[in-house]
Design a protein around this ligand. Structure first.
Ligand code: ARG
Length: 286
């Protein structure tokens, strides 16, 4: 049973893309093994369970139409980053995924987001840009261009912290780090450069640290609403730690999507609402 308003919980709005055309037809990360067939029916069932779970937890799920020929489009997290209702649409590093950027940008334009900016730098959306209460944590090393980090800071008006990934299995930031609430994160230090590890220790001294085993089952590719943390059920160590820290972990099976190097978070793009009262978007002119 889901409690009515658990501590830390904030109702979220997510964008997802049904894995109707999902497959592994090219290999752009170490998880994509062309010799392993994908069970499309199972992928769809796992994805539907995730969508249903979000709805059951009280969240809103919007859908974008999947396009044929774009087997990775199911990974909605890569389509954009949305902060304060402002949309920074993705530009993909790999030709195979290039058409997804404009497709996501189009969805936002058609769905009432007044500010949609298509990134001029390689930028793989929330795959590499993760939003905390104060910062935007931005990954580089494999996909997103670090020059785009500065552009994102300018666009969102939020401080962007650059983090360098060093292990090709964790090619996107959201495979190595997850935001749990406004000021808590969990991550696997061994996925980062020494300097980035030091930065994370400095900014988040109380972070939950994931073991290599939990990272390897994509336990960090998790989605938190501030209370419930949806993550790979195989990440048993993280599950225990989350519980000990007052979160409610919910384990799911995304084994088919994992064949493309994706998990819970990869399938989920958070649509953060525009600012209302309180925090100004930009400093008032002098
Ligand atoms: N096959 C996709 C790629 O390599 C997987 C993307 C996973 N998405 C994510 N947010 N990490 O680009």
């Amino acid at each position: 049973m889901v409690e009515e308003h658990p501590r830390g919980f904030r109702k979220r709005r997510y964008l997802m893309c049904p894995p109707v055309h999902f497959d592994v037809t090219y290999s752009i990360n170490p998880w994509m093994d062309l010799s392993k067939p994908v069970d499309q029916e199972l992928a769809l069932a796992q994805w539907e369970d995730l969508r249903d779970l979000y709805v059951e937890l009280g969240h809103t799920v919007e859908l974008i139409d999947p396009l044929p020929g774009l087997p990775d489009m199911v990974f909605a997290a890569n389509g954009a980053t949305v902060v304060d209702g402002r949309v920074l649409a993705a530009r993909f590093r790999n030709e195979e995924r290039a058409a997804e950027g404009p497709a996501y940008a189009e969805w936002f334009r058609a769905n009432g987001f007044p500010e949609v900016h298509e990134s001029g730098h390689v930028n793989e959306g929330e795959g590499d840009y993760l939003v905390t209460g104060r910062w935007v944590l931005a990954g580089c090393g494999f996909r997103s261009d670090p020059a785009g980090h500065r552009a994102a800071q300018e666009f969102f008006g939020r401080p962007v912290v650059s983090l360098t990934l060093t292990d090709p299995r964790y090619y996107h930031l959201d495979t190595a780090l997850a935001v749990l609430d406004d000021d808590r994160i969990m991550y696997n230090p061994s996925a980062f450069s020494p300097g980035s590890r030091a930065v994370l220790r400095e900014l988040f001294p109380d972070a939950l640290l994931a073991s290599d085993a939990d990272a390897a089952v994509f336990g960090l590719n998790a989605v938190s609403d501030g209370h419930h943390v949806v993550l790979a059920q195989a990440a048993t160590g993280l599950t225990e730690q989350l519980r000990a820290h007052g979160f409610q972990p919910i384990g799911v099976d995304m084994s088919e999507l994992m064949k493309a190097g994706g998990g819970v978070k990869c399938c989920t793009l958070e649509l953060r609402p525009p600012l209302t009262a309180g925090r100004p978007m930009f400093a008032a002119p002098a």
